[in-house]
Design a binder for this molecule. Structure first.
Ligand code: FMN
Length: 340
């Protein structure tokens, strides 16, 4: 048995293998009012048929103005639940587990006029200047996250991933560059994230772990580094996060130091660091498309799960092909057996 194809079990989440489809916004022009449609149903179902053990649905927002664009998914009303339930049921019927990424774009909500943020600092000159949330509005935002998570659970997901990465709202709160508030949410930069996690966790049934996606480093000048985010993650872990999904960047223009490379596995050292420091499972992501590389990340115990994003957009059957490369018998649907 190769590592990629060994089962994973943690706090009630049981996966048949360690291959994850990470959240990827479809910006699908056919998506109306944040509701997923046939595109999303077929898109996710085909990756389940293609052998991925765990699919995390794209960033799904808790407020219409929390979407990056008006073509993104949302979960701000009970009316959204059935469309997600249809995807969850379909993915389950093809043997994969499915989660959903819950988020809010904050100052990066491109179609919101104006967008909202911890402080009135815009992303860059092409973006609108956001309106600073009042303290009461921040508390209401926590409630919106809670309700979004409640609806996701009602739709039948196996777990929820809170989006704390890529420069979106929670990241904006815990980054010293974007949170200049003077209220309690500025005195403790991780407070908003902690409150969201606690509220969300209260909605998860026993036996459902919580995942959080985090940008391990920022690439703007004077951005935070790994030591800073490790402390933030420790707060988030205390508040209820069980598994971290480790990515990087997204907070603003790349600084003079540049991006530290987008070579294969460029984010794996961050995942390894968080795994070691927090002693919890982590998902590694970022240019891990080659099955041998993905396999080595697990074999070297740098991460517990490996996510393959663009690789799975190119090839819905990535997991079946990875099995062939690793000389593991692929779990081919009977309808396709003659092709493998
Ligand atoms: C089209 C597209 C949409 C994405 N949307 C999201 C998203 O909704 N949430 C998120 O956290 N990351 C998003 N990402 C980032 C991916 O989840 C992943 O971290 C990134 O593509 C790096 O992994 P890869 O090299 O395997 O593609 C997106 C990436 C792509 C290509």
């Amino acid at each position: 048995m190769k590592n990629l194809f060994t089962p994973f079990s943690y706090k009630g989440l049981e996966l048949k293998n360690r291959i994850v489809m990470p959240p990827m916004c479809q910006y699908s022009v056919t998506a109306k009012d944040g509701k997923p449609n046939d595109w999303h149903l077929f898109h996710y179902t085909s990756r389940a048929i293609g052998g991925a053990g765990f699919i995390i649905m794209e960033m799904t927002d808790i407020d219409p103005d929390g979407r990056i664009t008006d073509f993104d998914l949302g979960i701000w009303s009970d009316e959204h639940i059935p469309a997600f339930q249809r995807i969850v049921d379909s993915v389950h019927s093809y043997g994969a587990k499915i989660g959903i990424q819950i988020g809010h774009a904050g100052r990066k909500a491109e179609d919101a006029n104006p967008p909202v943020a911890p402080s009135a600092i815009r992303f860059n000159e092409k973006y609108r200047i956001p309106r600073e949330l009042t303290t009461d509005e921040v508390k209401q935002m926590v409630e919106k996250f809670q309700k979004g998570v409640r609806r996701a659970v009602q739709a039948g997901v196996d777990t929820v991933e809170i989006h704390g990465a890529h420069g979106y709202l929670i990241h904006q709160f815990h980054s010293p560059l974007t949170n200049h508030r003077e209220d309690v949410y500025g005195q403790d930069l991780s407070r908003f994230g902690v409150e969201v996690i606690q509220a969300a966790k209260a909605e998860l049934p026993a036996g459902m772990p919580m995942i959080m996606r985090i940008s391990a480093v920022e690439y703007v000048d004077d951005g935070y580094g790994l030591d800073y985010i490790t402390q933030v993650c420790k707060e988030y872990q205390k508040a209820g996060v069980d598994i971290f999904h480790i990515t990087s960047g997204g907070e603003g223009p790349i600084g003079s130091g540049g991006r530290p490379g987008i070579h294969p596995g460029y984010q794996v050292p961050f995942a390894r660091h968080i795994k070691q420091e927090l002693a919890c499972p982590v998902i590694a992501v970022g240019n891990l498309d080659h099955p041998l590389l993905a396999e080595s990340v697990l074999g070297n115990k740098d991460a517990d799960l490996v996510a393959v994003g663009r690789g799975m957009l190119r090839d819905p059957y990535w997991a079946l092909h990875a099995a062939e490369t690793l000389k593991v018998k692929p779990e081919v649907p009977s309808q396709y057996l003659r092709a493998f």
